[in-house]
Ligand binder design. Structure first.
Ligand code: GLY
Length: 364
C-alpha cells in the first residue's frame, strides 16, 4: 500500500509518502525523477541507538544503493536530551563529515530526533535540506509534517526553534510494530484530534474500529487509512497557514490544558499524547457548556479516547488552581487571554480567547 499526500506550501512544497516497507525505498524516492537530493551528495543520518539498531541498516543500504555517501550521528533517546547540547553533537558530525550546502540530513526516529535534526538542518550553513523518516505514530501524524523544529530550554519545552520544512516525509507503517504500546496510544490521541477538529469521516472510522489501543489490533488497511487521513488533515491545515499566524493554531486542540498537565507533572508519569487526551476531554466539557457542540458529541469523543486506552482525568495530584495559574504563562496566551481551541460540532474547530475563569474551573 502506498499513498502520497501533497503539502502544497507556496515556497516549500513537498510530499508525505505513506508506504508499507518504505524504509527500503527511501534512497530511490530521494534520488528518482527530479531528485530531491542529488545522488552523490552527502547525507547525515541522525537517529538514536535503539531505532538505529532496528532500522538503521535498511535505511543505510537503501541510501547508499541510490548513490549517496552516508554518515551516521546517534544521539541518546528521550525528551531530556532535546537540548542545544545534542544540536552541538549534530553540528560536530556535520563538520567532521564536511557537509556542504547541497548535502542533507535525514531524521530517522520519533519526534525528538525529528525536531532536533530539523533544527540542526535549519541552522547549519544557514539551511540544509532535511528528510523526515518518523518512527513513532505521534511523529508520523504530527511532528514530522509542517516544519516546526527545535529544542527545549531548561525553562520550557520547544522555546528554541525555527520553521524549516522537510523535502520529503517518508512513513513506513510497518515500523510501528516495534513501537511500545503506550507510545502507540499517545499517537492515537493526535489521530483522534484530527477527527474532532477536521475530519468527521476519520472520527467515524475510528468509532467503527473494534480496538484502537494497540498496533496489532488495527490491521494494515485501517492503519493505512488512519495515517493517510491524519497526514492529509495536518497537510491541509499547514498549507493554509505555514507559520501559525491563525488557522494552524487549531492543531493545538487539547494542548492548552494538556501542556499545563505535562508541565505540572514535570514531564513524568504522563506523556504528551496522554496529556493531550486529558486536555481534549476538558476542552470537550467546555464546548458543551458553551453550546459549541452537543453533550452527545462530547460523549462520543470521550468514548473514543477511552477506546484508545488513553487517560481522561487530570492526575489526582494536580489541582485546578495550579493549572489555571500555569495557563497564564503558556505560549497560547495572547493579549493576556488564554487561547483555547474549541470543537464546532464534530469535524470542525475554531480558536477563542473567550473562555471565562468560571467555565474553565467547572470543566477542570
Ligand atoms: N503540532 C502542532 C503544529 O505542528 O502546528
Amino acid at each position: 500500500m502506498k499513498s502520497v499526500i501533497p503539502v502544497p506550501l507556496p515556497n516549500n512544497p513537498y510530499e508525505v509518502v505513506v508506504a508499507t516497507g518504505g524504509i527500503d525505498h527511501l534512497g530511490s524516492w530521494l534520488a528518482g525523477g527530479a531528485p530531491l537530493v542529488k545522488p552523490g551528495q552527502k547525507l547525515l543520518l541522525v537517529s538514536n541507538p535503539a531505532i538505529f539498531k532496528q532500522y538503521g541498516d535498511r535505511a543505510l543500504a537503501s541510501l547508499t544503493e541510490a548513490g549517496y555517501a552516508v554518515e551516521t550521528c546517534l544521539l541518546p533517546a528521550g525528551e531530556r536530551y532535546k537540548t542545544l547540547g545534542s544540536i552541538q553533537k549534530i553540528y560536530d558530525a556535520a563538520l567532521g563529515f564536511h557537509l556542504e550546502r547541497k548535502s542533507a540530513m535525514v531524521a530517522l526516529g520519533g519526534g525528538v530526533i525529528g525536531d532536533m535534526t530539523g533544527f540542526a538542518a535549519a541552522t547549519w550553513l544557514r539551511g540544509l535540506s532535511v528528510v523526515q523518516v518518523p518512527t513513532s505514530l505521534l511523529a508520523m501524524v504530527d511532528a514530522s509534517i509542517g516544519g516546526k523544529t527545535g529544542v527545549n530550554h531548561p525553562q520550557g519545552k520547544n522555546l528554541i526553534g525555527a520553521f524549516h520544512q522537510p523535502r520529503l516525509v517518508m512513513i513506513d507503517p510497518l515500523v510501528l510494530k516495534t513501537l511500545p504500546a503506550r507510545e502507540f496510544r499517545a499517537g492515537m490521541a493526535e489521530v483522534i484530534k484530527y477527527g474532532v477538529i477536521r475530519d468527521r469521516a476519520l472520527f467515524e472510522t475510528l468509532e467503527a474500529a473494534p480496538r484502537l489501543d494497540q498496533y496489532r489490533y488495527l490491521g494494515d488497511e485501517l492503519l493505512h487509512t488512519i495515517l493517510t487521513r491524519s497526514c492529509q488533515a495536518k497537510a491541509e491545515v499547514v498549507s493554509q497557514d505555514e507559520k501559525e499566524a491563525g488557522r494552524r493554531a487549531i492543531l493545538n486542540y487539547g494542548h492548552t490544558i494538556g501542556h499545563a498537565v505535562e508541565s505540572l507533572m514535570q514531564y513524568r508519569g504522563v506523556n504528551h499524547g496522554e496529556a493531550v487526551a486529558i486536555g481534549m476531554v476538558a476542552a470537550g466539557k467546555i464546548a458543551t457548556a458553551l453550546n459549541y457542540w452537543t453533550a452527545a458529541e462530547e460523549a462520543r469523543q470521550l468514548k473514543l479516547i477511552e477506546k484508545a486506552g488513553l487517560p481522561t482525568q487530570i492526575p489526582a495530584q494536580l489541582n485546578a488552581d495550579d493549572i489555571l495559574a500555569l495557563l497564564q504563562g503558556d505560549k497560547k496566551v495572547e493579549d493576556g487571554q488564554v487561547r483555547f481551541v474549541m470543537p464546532k460540532g464534530l469535524g470542525d474547530a475554531f480558536v477563542t480567547g473567550d473562555i471565562t475563569h468560571d467555565t474553565l474551573l467547572a470543566a477542570l
